[in-house]
Every structure is written in C-alpha cells, then in structure tokens.
Design a protein around this ligand. Structure first.
Ligand SMILES: NC(=O)c1ccc[n+]([C@@H]2O[C@H](COP(=O)([O-])OP(=O)(O)OC[C@H]3O[C@@H](n4cnc5c(N)ncnc54)[C@H](OP(=O)(O)O)[C@@H]3O)[C@@H](O)[C@H]2O)c1
Length: 271
C-alpha cells in the first residue's frame, strides 16, 4: 500500500511527475489509455477515466493518486473520485487557477473535498506549453493571433510536476490549494519575442482581428460557446494580467523556471 498512481502520465505535466518520482526511487504506476504507446519508464497500466471500471485494478496497493481530469465537463468525475476514495488515502489534483464561476475544476475540487480523501489542489495558471500551439507560425516567422498585450505568468510543466512530487513526498500539504505560476509576467507578443531570441530567429507578432480569430478557432474547435469563452478569457488578461505568485519558489526552495528556460528546453519543438 505504498504506490503512487499517476494519471495523465503521458501529458506535459504527468510525464515529469512519473520521471521525477521514479528518480526519487518511489514506486510509481502510470495510467494511460495505450500503455505501449506511452513508452514510460515505469509500470504502466491501461485505463480510461471515462470508463471508471478500468481504474479499480489500477488502484491496487496505491496510497496516493496524482489526478488530472480530462476534458471540460465534470462527466463521471463523481464515480472516479469515489473509486479512488475506496482504495487510496490521498489525491493531488491538477486543477487550475480560475476566477470562480463554477468551472469543472471547482466541481471536481468539491467532489474531492466531500470524498473523505486527504487532498491537495494544484491550481496553475497558463502553461508555457500552450505556446507550442504557435510552433507552425513561429517557423514561418510571424505569429498572427489576437490580444498581443495580454499578459500571463506562464509556468514550466517541470515546475508543476516538481510541486506535485514535493506534495506527494512530504507532509503538511493536506487541505492546501496552491496557486502556481511562472516567475515572469510577459505579454503574448513578448512570449513570441523570447522564443524567437532563443531559437535565433526573428519572429514578429501580428495582431489578428477578433472576427478573423473567431472564424479560425471555429474551424479548429467547432463549438461556439467554447471559442467565445476562450477568447473572452484571453482578452481578460489585457486589463487584468495574470500575476506571478511565488508559490513554486516557496514550496521548492529555489526560483521557478523562467519562460526563457522553458523556451530553451523546447527549442527543438519550434525548429
Ligand atoms: N494548459 C493550461 O494552460 C492549463 C492551465 C491550468 C490547468 N490545466 C489542466 O491541466 C490538464 C492538462 O495537463 P497536461 O498539459 O499535462 O496534459 P496534456 O499534455 O494535455 O495530456 C492530456 C493527458 O490526459 C490523458 N487523458 C486524456 N483523456 C483521458 C481519459 N479519458 N482517461 C485517462 N486519461 C486521459 C492523456 O493520457 P493518454 O492519452 O495517454 O491516455 C494525457 O496524459 C488539464 O486538466 C487542463 O485542464 C491546463
């Protein structure tokens, strides 16, 4: 009864949670829909959170769970949380920094609070990895996107994972909700400039008119409410920049990784 089950183990954050826990010599089990394709260096079992019956066997001998909730609705999260509570003692949930308003993150947090599990919530703001969505445009030298002045303190996925590992391997975090960010507040146009500097190429920001952005996003995502709420959220960071919190440094005893460092780590993804 000492294993740590990592869901989302093939994702940006989960991959680092798995490798950092394994490096620390802990017993880790990864949960993935296709274990063979996952190519992880630890025991990996098949599982799909939309099919909670696949979770039960994965929880054997598990004490703690790193939980990511896929998708943007709560769906069967209640059943998933209840199954975890039947077998394990604590959960570290990868939630999000929200401005309230009943998002699925808050709903999943509430299910966990009522489950009887020991819990810690990680509430990161924007992931630096979101900028990988510009990789194609960066290769062409121009990023055409809305809201150049929107500012966020993007966080390196390695830091979210490091906080998760710290919380999973040390005491005193039960009932804590940590709002996590990177150390630099950068506008989107500045983020693009930093990536260009790191990969040694001039990359320009071109402000995309909102109606054009909406049209492109509708082609890509197909769902108007989702597109509109994403645009509204991005736009809100123009007047209300996402602020750096300093929580990563406080918890880990070292500075959070900069956006420039993140761009160095991902230079190959933009070349
Ligand atoms: N991007 C942001 O700015 C941001 C900010 C705050 C919070 N978040 C939250 O962070 C999470 C994303 O983390 P990430 O970037 O590390 O992940 P990611 O790279 O987007 O990968 C998604 C992960 O979810 C797993 N997954 C998808 N559907 C699944 C299912 N039905 N059952 C089990 N696993 C499933 C995938 O595993 P397999 O495909 O291998 O099964 C994969 O490991 C999301 O919950 C997101 O809402 C994101």
């Amino acid at each position: 009864m000492s294993k740590i089950l990592v869901t989302g183990a093939t994702g940006n954050v989960g991959r680092h949670v798995v490798s950092q826990l394994a490096e620390a010599g802990l017993e880790v089990r990864a949960f993935a829909r296709d274990p063979e394709r996952a190519g992880l260096p630890v025991e990996t079992v098949h599982g799909d959170l939309t099919a909670p019956e696949t979770l039960e066997p994965a929880l054997e001998d598990v004490e703690s769970v790193f939980l990511l909730w896929p998708g943007f609705s709560t769906g069967n999260a209640g059943e998933v949380v209840a199954t975890i509570a039947k077998h394990a003692r604590r959960v570290v949930y990868l939630s999000a920094r929200t401005s309230g308003g009943g998002s699925h993150y808050e709903e999943v947090e509430e299910l966990i609070r009522r489950s009887g599990l020991g819990w810690t919530f990680l509430r990161p703001g924007g992931f630096a990895a979101n900028t990988l969505g510009w990789a194609g445009q960066i290769r062409q030298g121009v990023v055409r996107w809305p809201y150049g002045p929107a500012s966020r303190a993007l966080i390196h996925e390695k830091d979210i994972a490091a906080v998760a590992v710290h919380v999973l391997t040390s005491g005193g975090h039960n009932g804590a909700a940590y709002v996590l960010s990177g150390p630099d507040e950068l506008t989107q146009a500045e983020q693009v400039r930093v990536i260009g500097e790191v990969i040694g190429r001039a990359v320009h920001w071109e402000e995309q008119p909102l109606d054009e952005a909406r049209e492109r996003l509708m082609e890509a995502w197909g769902e108007a409410t989702f597109v509109d709420s994403a645009l509204e959220a991005w736009g809100s960071f123009v007047d209300h920049p996402e602020r750096a919190t300093g929580t990563v440094a406080k918890l880990l005893g070292r500075p959070a990784l900069s956006f420039r460092q993140w761009a160095h780590d991902h230079a190959a993804d933009f070349s």
